[in-house]
Design a protein around this ligand. Structure first.
Ligand SMILES: [Zn+2]
Ligand SMILES: [Zn+2]
Length: 357
């Protein structure tokens, strides 16, 4: 009854470069074709920091960020079929048009008309969010909520990078450069595919975590030369594929020198506007540089399947309450976390309970 008048807690970014605030807002009404989701966990991403800093020009304030959504469908908008109330889900981030050239090619993650949950429309750093029904990705009830929240971004992006674009297969040698929230999920995906995995980074604790998740070798680039170590670890053969999770102006060039002739470097991060590479590495040695952005719904479904089967255990190192939003964002900004973090929400506060005492 009077669902629209019910209140919820939501993180709001009112102005760029200012702290986030937590406000009581009306619970949104799902429009035609949409569902209302009771958010159970919402992953925190470095992009939330970039959004606060006004880097993403398509984001308009005031609004609620949060693009790594896991929760329970609690209400169906007009015309929604095939989804049951109570369905556990995570959310595909891109709301796409299905009619543009890229959608018709089956590359919906490159839709020319996309808007994104938590970017150009309100996201999941709130107790409830309304999203298009087609962005609901059903998940098994065995998946813990914080783990479910990081599948659409951290896990699915790495699946896209390693399996879909990198085409990594059993026996391949893979370098994941830059251990962090995405890299640690990548180690598990690559081990599942049967590859030998090498991880590089500058923080020993993150490299230790990579080894715990199965990395065959690690390189601490504070102390060791990456190219030399990769050559040593691979008996001089170098890697078949390297994934750049650093994104500086020189990181791609360094990774080109860590892959064999005909090898691939997957560009999965950008911290600088441009990068420089050596022509010889690309032209004479036929090496490829391939960009990745997010993941297609198909890649996301496959990633969910691997988590349901226990092949991948999405790693979340800490959970926060949304009242701690500024502390949580500042920890991200300072690169203080070992891996992904997520907001979690009270389980007893179901859609039937009274919103406030
Ligand atoms: Zn993200
Ligand atoms: Zn499209």
């Amino acid at each position: 009854m009077a669902e629209g008048k019910k209140k919820m807690k939501a993180v709001v970014l009112k102005e760029f470069h200012k702290p986030f605030v937590v406000e009581e807002l009306p619970v949104p009404e799902p429009g035609p074709g949409e569902v209302l989701v009771k958010v159970m966990a919402s992953g925190l991403c470095l992009t939330d920091v970039h959004i606060q800093e006004g880097v993403l020009k398509t984001v308009k304030v005031p609004y609620t960020p949060g693009h790594e959504l896991a929760g329970i469908v609690v209400k169906l908008g007009e015309g929604v079929e095939n989804i049951e109330i109570g369905q556990h889900m995570c959310g595909w981030i891109d709301v796409v048009c299905h009619t543009c050239m890229m959608c018709r090619m089956g590359r919906e993650n490159l839709c020319l008309n996309r808007v994104r949950i938590g970017f150009e429309r309100n996201g999941s750093h709130a107790e409830y969010v309304a999203i298009p029904a087609e962005n609901v990705m059903p998940i098994g009830e065995n998946i813990p909520w914080p783990s479910a929240a990081v599948i659409p971004d951290a896990v699915a992006c790495m699946y896209n990078a390693i399996k879909v674009q990198g085409k990594v297969k059993a026996g391949d040698k893979l370098l994941l450069a830059g251990m962090g929230a995405l890299g640690i999920q990548g180690v598990q995906i690559a081990k599942y595919l049967g590859a030998a995995v090498y991880a590089s980074g500058r923080t020993e604790a993150k490299l230790e975590l990579a080894r715990k998740f199965g990395a065959d070798g690690t390189v601490n680039t504070r102390e060791q030369n990456l190219q030399e170590e990769i050559s040593r670890l691979t008996g001089g053969e170098l890697c078949d594929v390297a994934v750049d999770l650093i994104g500086t102006d020189s990181s791609i060039d360094e990774l080109l020198r860590c892959v064999r002739p005909g090898g691939k470097v997957i560009a999965a991060a950008y911290a600088a506007d441009t990068f420089t590479v050596n022509f010889q590495e690309v032209v004479i040695k036929e090496k490829e540089i391939i960009g990745i952005r997010g993941a297609s719904p198909q890649a996301l479904r496959e990633a969910i399947g691997l988590v349901e089967k226990g092949v991948i255990d999405p790693y979340v190192c800490k959970t926060w309450k949304i009242d701690e939003v500024n502390e949580a964002i500042n920890a991200l900004r300072g690169f203080k976390n070992l891996a992904r973090t997520a907001f979690t929400f009270e389980t007893e506060n179901s859609h039937n309970s009274s919103p406030t005492e």
